[in-house]
Write a protein that binds this ligand. Sequence first.
Ligand code: ACO
Length: 703
Amino acid sequence: MGMRSLFEPRAIAVIGASANPAKIGYRIVENVVRSGYRGSVFPINPKGGEILGLRTYAALSEVEEGVDVAVIAIPAGRVLDAVEACGAVGVKNLVVITSGFSEVGNLETERRIVRLAREHGMRVLGPNIFGIYSAAVSLDATFGPGGITPGPVAIITQSGALGIAMIGKTATESVGLSALVSVGNKADIDEADLLEYLASDDRTRAVLMYVEGVKNGDRLQRTLAEVTRVKPVVVIKSGRSKRGSMAAASHTGSLAGADEVFDFVMRQCGVLRAESVQEAFTWVRYLASAPLPPGEQAVIVTNGGGIGVMATDACEKHGVALYDDQAVLSEAFSGVMPDFGSSKNPVDLTGQATAEDYARSLDAVLAEDRMDAAIALYCETALFDTSQFADLLREIYARYRKRKPIVFSLFGGERIEAVICDLKGDGIPVFGDVYEAVSALGALYRERRRRLEPVEPTEAIALPLDEIRLVLDGARTDGRTFLLAPEAAQVAAHLGLEMPKSILARSLDGAVRAAGEIGYPVVMKVVSKDIVHKSDSGGVALDLESKDEVVDAYQAILRSCRVHVPGAVIDGIEVVEMVRPGVETIVGARQDPSFGPVVMFGLGGIYVEVMKDVAFRAAPVGRSTAREMIADLRSYALLLGVRGESRKDIDAIADVVVKLSHLIDRCREIADIEINPLIVYDHGQGTKAVDMRILIKQPKGVS
Ligand code: ACO
């Protein structure tokens, strides 16, 4: 309801409306008037008078109609008073254009604006924005260049200047807009609020978001996961690099967060992440107009072998499958193909192909049920008239545009460039580059998969939170922010994770007895709250095969720890079953500053730092998402078994990931914890979790 009054206001006020064309307050009124807004417009300026033929009110209190949106374009120091005035007359939404708040460190005033707005039941867009355009009511309340063409694409942008520039880009790319919203500092309204409206807006067929930093990522992620089930969302996120994320922080006062987490979470939500503005435009333009293919078998039709090969490469890169039943292909193209052509996909009509050959070939592809999409490539030749060719493409597109996806890629000189421009203007998916054409089709294929993806049922995992809370409380009472190994093992046991057998020995005799009970070989580890880095202090001994070795190790550990950490209180020595080496993987979980609870899975062992082969997901995850995460690793083949090695127990690993993801999610109720690499071995005799480290970052409301 709230967002509807923002996108479909019946009356708007512009506070700071000015008769001076050099001012932002003038440009906004001008755009509102020129865009043909259908509601009432109330320019507000203490001087009164008229602006662009509209009566100007000296104060909002003089307006007799209810106002849904007040656009505020006055200097920062006066905004709070204006907010108060809006609240007093029951304005529903504030669009705060003004800069000079959190992006320059003035967080306090920004917070006061939001507090005050909330007290009056108002929502705030911005501050630090260029405004909002909504095709629903033909409203351009921005200070952009104007002339926005209505259409099926909605844009949400965190960068103002880029957003304004996108208005021009939409014109050159022939992309019509259903909405364009600048979110700036996102003091109140954020992408999730806007997406909820856009998901249900029939005009919007695809959404493009430019994001610098995520606030309330938890909610954004849940919203995106739902929206992408009904319409495509393409995201461009800047601040990928370290320096880039620092620049983003000073631009809109946002924390870019770890880019790799963002990337994985977007994929988890079914969002298409574009590398560049150009790619994002290519995708949304296509996604908003093309029908979802019935299947994934595409056919390339070309008059040039070279671009056919390039398109084939592009198909592999963008996950576009090529139809391969040669008997059907030969039959379909039998009447079209010259003797020296090839009906193998890519279908090569050769350089002597005529416009009619193209028409008949594309008809053959598009009328054949087993072929789901057509990629039509053309290298300029002298054999036929390009304008005739353009008409033909128009005809074919009109015939099939609602039934099957088609992309056209034309390559040549000036005349071809003119044809591309013409056809683009008519909304025909024509591209100057093969890779661009195939990448658009690839995006559509991914969109199709998303729509077909079953919704993963939420799994009820029994978590004995009270027992886990007791373990954490024990550490806190002891003044520690980390769990000792036996405590972490208790948490693991509560989760139902299988860990190596372990006994805490408090004497030499006890250690020998424990080793006998567990069975050789064993590992011994010091247990002391004063010794966090056990290996560095000589507090760990591996692979002890006999009683004598246990005796020696016991003494050596004590001696070394006393030298490294004098005065350390040693609770005892943990004697642990030695797990045979196998494929080592790691699982971790923490609260991400952007997305809240996240779980990480990766390849462990000595290469972990070098390979950085890890995958993230927002927690909690179900079993199929956990399996997807595992399959995301570049080294997944190692788990499937290479060179005759057996397949690893992927289900057991997935089980650990699922459980840890639920723990990090539910644990928020108790404390902010971080679970550092829990090492999981598949050692051929089952899967065991070893060495779980838990840090308590911040207690949450627990005494
Ligand atoms: N109510 C109504 N009108 C008022 C009030 C008030 N309380 N206070 C002042 N005004 C009038 C002024 O008298 C003036 O009208 P006038 O031209 O008739 O004298 C008008 O409102 C504007 O006020 P100015 O003091 O002239 O302010 P100015 O227009 O110079 O600047 C602005 C205001 C544009 C909001 C400025 O403070 C600002 O923040 N600029 C940056 C905006 C921006 O870049 N936003 C991010 C966009 S995204 C991007 O990066 C492109």
